[in-house]
Write a protein of this length. Sequence first.
Length: 117
Amino acid sequence: MAAPLSQDLRRRLVQAVEAGSSAREAAWRFAVSESAAIKLIRRVRETGSTAPARIGGYRKPLLAGHEVLLRELTSAKDNITLAGIQAALVARGIEAGCLTTIWSTLRRLGLSHKKTF
């Protein structure tokens, strides 16, 4: 993923468009893609700011809030597998996701499970 354009370049691009150039002409002049210039001008018109939008973010783990249940499942049955945990979660109406999701949650919590049947 490419980094956002510098604030200086953004300001100069917007100033060129405000001075009468089209977004495409300004893009050619400052050696940026036409789509980047067009999107920047649209953003300035909508928000009034040349600041780039936030990149990335945080996504809450799928099984957040079910830590107590996972502890109960792994401690009650010493021989429960990931597939068994997944089936128990689905039976309780919890979207379990894939086995990797369950494994990473157990690892984050410091819990273990039976590796094979």
